[in-house]
Design a protein around this ligand. Structure first.
Ligand SMILES: NC(=O)c1ccc[n+]([C@@H]2O[C@H](COP(=O)([O-])OP(=O)(O)OC[C@H]3O[C@@H](n4cnc5c(N)ncnc54)[C@H](O)[C@@H]3O)[C@@H](O)[C@H]2O)c1
Length: 342
């Protein structure tokens, strides 16, 4: 099996590349290496499978056609996207460009390749989406596969649009697609602009740790390797045309998560001047349209595919904090790349 993974130089994509290679798959990574992606994430790869990197933008139809012709993938897992909500508020059009137009261009390339190959039964196109497409929950209830779409941010609206396009390519052209809508991921190699690394790095640099509003927004956290296991389960055993909601059954208020990270850092790297990193927590003006609560009912993927999260939050957070403590240079390079891309 040769997997074509878009966005394979990013946070979740690079974890998927590792897991697929470990399972003996051959992998072709397609990535434009925006500020968010780096080949640093694809060094020391494990396993017996081969890995080929293609520096290609998913909006480039001709380049995608060449990748499909040359590498003849048996499946596509599509993760390439602009992924940061705050950036989508500041500059929404690049999100529409990549997440909507880019996904349509990729679907066309996959369809052309699949049709020219005689519509092989085993071909799969897995689209990796987010629970943010469903908007916000109140204090009760959970998102599942039947929750109506109600995205709040330009990011989530662009992901919602991409989900609709993927379903349309299935219903109209028969392309064998599957969609996943996953909750918040955490783990090594997440770009330092996201909540958990922001907290760790601000603390270590003795800067204020910014928390939106009163920190009461709730997110359902899942360790990245558990998400990747879910994606491989969907790819290998999921029913074509179906959607799978993926979550950790692990809801945290932002402020509680940030304070917990501070306590982990207190134990590992005590503040030079004494006191706790928690004293650096600073409430800042809330994000416009900030969804209150996300939570996933993952009953379908659990019962149909036997998937469940394997990493307890304590173990996952400890591994994550330790990784960031050991990779300060990686973080600096990622922030420099982001600065250069502004
Ligand atoms: N991070 C989460 O918590 C989460 C949760 C659910 C779903 N998702 C989805 O998973 C996917 C990956 O998320 P992530 O957190 O790893 O993001 P990321 O920002 O770390 O990685 C995105 C990757 O896509 C690449 N990319 C961006 N634009 C591209 C383009 N036009 N052509 C080719 N490559 C391009 C980047 O270079 C980068 O390597 C996204 O589709 C996101 O919507 C993320």
């Amino acid at each position: 099996m040769t997997l074509l993974i878009t966005g394979g130089a990013g946070f979740i994509g690079s974890a998927l590349v590792r897991a697929a290679l470990s399972r003996g798959r051959d992998v072709v990574t397609v990535d434009a290496l925006t500020y968010a992606g780096t080949r640093d994430n694809l060094t020391d790869l494990p396993g017996r499978g081969t890995h080929t990197f293609c520096h290609v933008d998913i909006r480039d139809a001709a380049a995608l056609d060449r990748v499909f012709d040359r590498h003849r993938p048996t499946a596509v897992v599509h993760l390439a996207a602009e992924s940061h909500v705050d950036r989508s508020i500041d500059g929404p059009l690049s999100f529409v460009d990549t997440n909507v137009a880019g996904t349509a261009t990729l679907l066309q390339a996959a369809r052309g390749y699949w049709e020219a190959a005689g519509r092989p039964d085993g071909f799969r196109f897995v689209h990796v989406s987010t629970d943010e497409v469903f908007g916000t929950l109140g204090t009760e209830g959970l998102f599942d596969e039947d929750t109506p779409y109600a995205p709040s941010s330009p990011y989530s609206a662009s992901k919602a649009a991409s989900d609709h396009l993927v379903r349309a390519w299935h219903r109209t052209y028969g392309l064998p697609v599957l969609i996943t809508n996953c909750s918040n991921n955490y783990g090594p190699r997440q770009h330092p602009e996201k909540l958990i690394p922001v907290t760790i790095l601000a603390a270590l640099e003795e800067r204020p740790i910014p928390v939106y509003g009163r920190g009461e927004n709730v997110r359902d956290w899942l360790f990245v390797e558990d998400h990747v296991d879910a994606l491989l389960a969907v790819l290998e055993c999921g029913r074509v045309g179906r959607t799978y909601a993926v979550g950790g059954d692990n809801e945290w208020r932002n402020v509680d998560l940030v304070r917990h990270l501070c306590a982990l850092l207190d134990a590992r790297r005590p503040r030079p001047g004494g006191g706790t990193y928690g004293d650096l927590v600073t409430f800042v003006t809330d994000r416009p349209g900030h969804d209150e609560r996300y939570g996933i009912d993952a009953a379908r993927i659990r019962s149909e595919l036997g998937w469940r999260p394997a990493t307890p939050m304590d173990a996952g957070l400890a591994a994550t904090v330790d990784w960031y403590l050991d990779h300060r240079d990686w973080c600096r390079r990622r922030m420099d790349a982001r600065e250069a891309a502004q």
